[in-house]
Design a protein around this ligand. Structure first.
Ligand SMILES: Nc1ncnc2c1ncn2[C@@H]1O[C@H](COP(=O)(O)OP(=O)(O)OP(=O)(O)O)[C@@H](O)[C@H]1O
Ligand SMILES: [Mg+2]
Length: 595
């Protein structure tokens, strides 16, 4: 399995292209949030200036009313700034949540239209990790992180302007040590990207492992193999712990050092400014205001470390999502718009398969030169040894994998000329071990579809032979199923899957060994129902037990992906080949069972 657990690093432009539509969608609250950042940061610069005015007034012996006025200004701007701070947070955080919602919605919608071949190459744990953790990180960056960064940028500019207005030399001494920061940050950010890439990769691997193990818990317990699984889990957790610790150590040692640079700037200014006060070049008020401005930069400067690490985390996550999006497969064809749910039952006249070949990996052929055709009211049986390609053929017919050009034709239209949705409307598929959801039996049969009399849940369950088992369920069709229908027998699971397929109005029903867990008598009753129901439609049955296909109009015997024998049941028996040999064995073992 090829899982895109780690993703190649993307450029800023690629990340911007990915996020731009979402940022644009929420531009109004983001714009106002940022405007408020600018205004509130500008207002924050007023207080130190007022301190300068107060100190200068005290030194020149001015009257108390001026000092009181300054104090009133300080209180007023602080209040207004606090209100703006509230709104800027509210709007930007809300916008980031909305963006997260839009990103997640689009990601899920993208996954939903992916063909089966895409999911063959992914692990559920990794996809889960991308649709939760990675999106959380992007949201954090667009919300609090960018807010902090914007505030920091405004603060730096406004502080620089204010100190420059106080005295240009104070600006130089105060901010000089901070000038090395961009160089240092550039080196550290590169390292940090690698560290966070490691964390996300290990987290995805751990998620995939936990998901796999919990899904297969029945097998794990059945074989009494908890111990090796626990050890493997410990190994994966250990990897995650190590990579997280590496980042923690990096953060703990580097970023406080950057904060120290700011303090050196303050000390340098105090020393240099003190000398200027002694030489009467500036007032004590001017020096005090400059020191206040520089001290106000300290907390945001230390917070830059947090900002940098959050940005790098988010960058890794954006890269992973872009990589996932890039690995999406194109649908087989989307020529026409998807049919609406109110569309009428699709018509079926004929299905023609011509020299169909297929390979999962592009190297090993799984199907080769398959040709047959089916008319309305016809039935087809597919048999052959295990691994001969029965399921693959059904998957291709149902549109789950893209077939080679000109190999499939439905109602006279080539596969490439029919949209995926339209094609799939013609087929319902009942797999050998259909996936059941942990909801009621009724919901599992309905599967989001509608009941249209006479096609009710009760009726299709009756045709599928499920109703006879109903007394075993405490609440009938409303009985809740455990995860993957754990509280049903294999045969019951198959019949819930068959009922689901029967409820669909699709004209072609494909059964993939769906009746294998039924006893011979129930199988015969269900098959009789199906033959009656599909008299005007079409039935394709892949099976190991030949009793399921013997009444079909035509039977294909596959071996290693090729049709080696075909005909009616009688014709194949007369041929006396592979089909006849297996039939004879099955007949013998059945008669031995009845004895
Ligand atoms: N998703 C997949 N990716 C790669 N190879 C696959 C995949 N599914 C099936 N195969 C391979 O394709 C071949 C045909 O498999 P398929 O499931 O079609 O056989 P089958 O006739 O249905 O077998 P069975 O009777 O056991 O159900 C097998 O060799 C199998 O290993
Ligand atoms: Mg199969």
């Amino acid at each position: 399995m090829v899982s895109p657990v780690s993703a190649p690093k993307k450029t800023f432009a690629e990340r911007w292209t990915y996020l731009r539509p979402y940022l644009w969608e929420h531009r109004v609250p983001i714009f106002w949030g940022w405007i408020f950042v600018v205004v509130s940061t500008a207002l924050d610069q007023v207080s130190p200036w007022m301190v300068k005015v107060i100190l200068d007034s005290l030194q020149s012996g001015s009257a108390m009313p001026k000092i009181m006025q300054c104090l009133a200004v300080i209180v007023a701007v602080t209040l207004v700034s606090a209100i703006l701070l509230f709104y800027q947070r509210l709007w930007v955080i809300q916008a980031s949540r909305q963006m997260e919602y839009s990103l997640r919605k689009d990601l899920f919608a993208g996954l939903m239209v992916q063909p089966k071949a895409f999911f063959d190459r992914q692990t559920v744990g990794d996809l889960m990790s991308r649709s939760t953790n990675d999106l959380d990180r992007i949201r954090d960056m667009i919300g609090p992180v960018v807010l902090h960064l914007a505030r920091m940028g405004c603060l730096l500019i406004f502080t620089a302007v204010c100190i420059f207005l106080l005295h240009p030399k104070l600006l130089l001494t105060g901010l000089l040590p901070s000038l090395v920061m961009p160089i240092a940050a550039n080196i550290f950010l590169k390292k940090m990207y690698a560290h966070f890439g490691g964390i996300q990769k290990n987290l995805s691997a751990l998620n995939a492992y936990v998901q796999d193990t919990l899904s297969g818990m029945q097998v794990v317990k059945g074989f009494g193999r908890s111990q090796p699984f626990e050890e493997k889990f410990r190994g994966a957790s250990e990897e995650l712990r190590k990579s997280s610790l590496r980042v923690a150590l990096f953060n703990a040692s580097i970023w406080p050092a950057i904060g120290v640079l700011g303090v050196i700037g303050v000390a340098f200014s105090a020393w240099y400014g003190g000398r200027m006060v002694i030489q009467n070049q500036i007032t004590l008020g001017t020096l005090s205001a400059a020191i206040l401005y520089l001290l106000r930069l300290q907390f945001p400067l230390i917070g830059l470390g947090w900002v940098a690490s959050m940005v790098q985390r988010a960058n890794v996550s954006i890269d992973r999502l872009i990589h996932l999006k890039d690995s999406f497969l194109a649908p087989v064809h989307r020529a026409s718009p998807p049919p609406s749910s109110t569309s009428t039952t699709p018509e079926f006249e004929s299905l023609s398969v011509r020299s169909l070949g297929f390979s999962y990996d592009g190297k090993t052929p799984v199907l080769d030169g398959i040709s047959f055709s089916l008319e309305r009211g016809g039935s087809l049986g597919i048999v052959g040894p295990t691994g001969c390609g029965k399921t693959t053929l059904l998957h291709l017919l149902c549109g789950l994998y893209p077939p080679p050009p000109h190999s499939l034709n439905l109602n006279g239209r080539e596969r490439a000329d029919v949209s995926d949705e339209d094609w799939r409307q013609h087929f319902s598929y009942a797999p050998q071990d259909g996936f059941l959801f942990s909801t009621t039996i009724r919901e599992n049969i309905l599967f989001g579809g509608d009941e249209k009399p006479p096609m009710t849940v009760e009726q299709v369950a009756d045709w599928a032979g499920l109703s006879r088992d109903l007394p075993q369920f405490p609440n009938g069709y409303e009985s809740m199923l455990g995860e993957k229908g754990i509280n049903l027998s294999g045969g019951q699971r198959q019949r819930v899957g068959l009922s689901r397929a029967l409820l669909s109005p699709a004209p072609v029903l494909c059964l993939d060994d769906t009746l294998s867990a039924l006893d011979a008598e129930t199988e015969e009753v269900v098959l009789e129902n199906l033959r009656r129901l599909f008299r005007q439609r079409c039935l394709i049955i892949a099976a190991h037990r030949y009793s399921a296909v013997m009444h079909c109009d035509r039977i294909l015997y596959l071996d290693r992906g090729r049709i080696v024998e075909q005909g009616t049941h009688e014709e194949l028996l007369r041929l006396n080949g592979a089909y006849a040999a297996v039939w004879e064995k099955q007949r013998l073992s059945e008669s031995l069972e009845t004895v």
